[in-house]
Ligand binder design. Structure first.
Ligand code: C2O
Ligand code: CU
Ligand code: CU
Length: 546
């Protein structure tokens, strides 16, 4: 078990402060003998003004909860929703009808073993396709974009859900249209349940939408009419589009009420390009919490932490015991400051970000200049007086996830870089959907060494078709090292993952088991989940030979 102590945490913030990268928040307070809480209190002060009730999954409508076997058609449509209070925002959405109820972007519930049979009907004027992110389905049902659905056309999906319990998600994957379609609203959740999951819910008396809360983190930019803006310049198409307005479940400046009990948060970073450094704050202190699971389900046992990074595409399963918090004071879910490490050179991303955020934010001038890595409040949590007594304890064991050992054989190297001309590369190549760049044998157990260049950006690398395990992290930057334990691994690296953040200068070793139950050769992709990076070439097609 790793010891992620407060000392480590302050140590890492102190290091950031000393580097002088962060003027203002956190830098001076923690770098000097002054009050170390000042920077955190500033974030909490931002949250104190939040007033919009967090949008929660209900029984219909936006994010309504729907059994994955209770519908047969999903329509990709243009629609309008109220994102900002009092304004109608045009969006793209997944529209579903079931039992007389209408859903937009339903949160799907599947039991392991469920058969999904769904017809995607494309009612927009662009090609699209649904990708079931994280599910180990055959390559046709994966929706990886090698086949897309033209406007007015449809495509049938039929597969069995065979994955560990976790929160997966679904989003578009037609190359050339992925970032803008996802940004304009096409994304939602898919929960898979198995016995471990049922046991945990029972043990902690959790109920979805009450004490178990999905949190979809996204950043957007709006014009004065409340329309989403997505107009990346050349530099932003390369570096990634970062919006200045932070949304949780499409709610800006949200507030959640929670009891003084164990509350489970299921977090998805559904942003195109922005990473978050998450912490729960109260009165200038970080409230410790437990990491219970990652992309591909529960850890073997909960890990006590005080902060964690979350990169685009990744999910985290987190347990917060609000009995540890002071009664009568709110708790703030924050993104702590960090160095976004946009050190690819040649493109002045900071200047681009400033011009992007300088325009058109009448309603939130105070955050108009915000950029990735800035200290930000994401959500305020108001603690309600406990009604019924709650005496549940965290289980020491969550699942039977075994430790992983390194597969035999030479690691396969995956070098992440750029060509200096606006393309991101994997092993020197840019995406060509017609070319199989690499083949592996079905059933092979391989080690991949994913190496990011020094003059680069962080790349959240995502593998379709197979989840994997992390073996070792080498060359991690200074802001990561204090969070790591044995073999340089972060708490998040102890789980089953499908998306892996690789920081500039880092080399990360992972173990992938290419066993699968499908017939024939399978074609998948491996790509960066910063969606603009994938569009700018950072994706490769690979084949699993039967
Ligand atoms: Cu969530 Cu290929 O992506
Ligand atoms: Cu995926
Ligand atoms: Cu990337």
């Amino acid at each position: 078990m790793h010891a992620f102590t407060r000392r480590h945490w302050l140590g890492s913030i102190g290091a950031l402060g000393a580097s002088g990268l962060f003027s203002g928040v956190l830098a001076n307070p923690l770098g000097s003998a002054g009050d170390p809480a000042e920077g955190l209190l500033k974030i909490e002060k931002e949250a104190a003004a939040f007033s919009n009730p967090l949008r929660l999954p209900g029984s219909s409508g936006l994010f309504g909860v729907l059994p994955a076997t209770d519908f047969r058609e999903v329509h990709v449509v243009r629609s309008e929703i109220e994102v900002l209070p009092g304004r109608r925002t045009p969006v793209l959405a997944y529209a579903v009808e079931s039992g007389g109820r209408k859903f937009l972007n339903p949160a799907l519930l599947a039991r392991k073993g469920d058969q999904m049979r769904v017809k995607l009907i494309n009612r927009i004027d662009q090609p699209t396709v649904i990708h079931w992110h994280g599910l180990g389905v055959d390559s046709r049902n994966d929706g990886n974009g090698l086949q897309v659905v033209a406007p007015g056309q449809s495509m049938g999906y039929a597969f069995t859900v065979q994955d560990r319990s976790s929160m997966y998600w679904y989003h578009p994957h037609a190359h050339g249209f992925i970032p803008q379609q996802a940004y304009h609203g096409l994304a939602s959740l898919l929960f898979v349940e198995d016995e471990d999951e049922v046991a945990l819910r029972k043990e902690l008396a959790l109920a979805l939408g009450e004490s178990e809360i999905p949190l979809v983190l996204q950043d957007k930019a709006f014009d004065a009419q409340g329309r989403l803006q997505y107009a990346p310049s050349a530099a932003q198409s390369f570096g990634g589009w970062v919006g200045s307005r932070l949304l949780v479940n499409l709610t800006e400046r949200p507030v959640l009420k929670a009891g003084r009990r164990i509350v489970r948060f299921r977090l998805l970073n559904g942003s195109n390009a922005r990473s978050y450094r998450l912490a729960f704050l109260q009165q200038g202190q970080a409230l410790g919490f437990y990491l219970a699971g990652t992309d591909g389900g529960l850890l073997a046992r909960p890990q006590r932490i005080e902060q964690t990074f979350l990169s685009p595409g990744q999910r985290l399963d987190v347990l917060v015991d609000f009995r540890e918090a002071q009664a009568g004071r709110p708790v703030t879910l924050a993104s702590l400051p960090f160095d976004p490490m946009h050190q690819e050179g040649g493109h002045d991303m900071a200047a681009m970000d400033h011009s992007q955020h300088g325009a058109g934010h009448g309603a939130s001038a105070s955050v108009a200049m915000a950029m990735e890595g800035d200290a930000r409040a994401l959500m305020r949590i108001d603690l309600t007086p406990s009604g019924a007594p709650y005496d549940r304890r965290l289980p020491t064991r969550l699942s039977s996830l075994a430790a992983v050992d390194e597969p035999a054989g030479t690691p396969r190297r995956m070098r992440l870089d750029h060509d200096g001309q606006g393309h991101w590369t994997i092993n020197g190549g840019v995406f060509d959907h017609a070319a199989v760049s690499l083949t592996v044998q079905r059933g092979a157990r391989e080690t991949w060494l994913i190496e990011n260049a020094e003059r680069s950006m962080p790349h959240p690398m995502h593998l379709h078709g197979f989840s994997f395990r992390v073996l070792e992290r080498l060359g991690s930057p200074a802001q990561i090292r204090p969070l790591a334990g044995a073999r340089g691994l972060l708490p998040q690296d102890l789980g089953v993952v499908d998306t892996l953040q690789v920081w500039p200068g880092e080399s990360v070793k992972v173990a992938i088991d290419f066993s699968h139950p499908h017939a024939g050769d399978q074609d998948y992709v491996f790509h960066c989940h910063t969606l603009e990076h994938a569009e700018a070439g950072m994706m490769l097609r690979y084949q699993v030979k039967a």
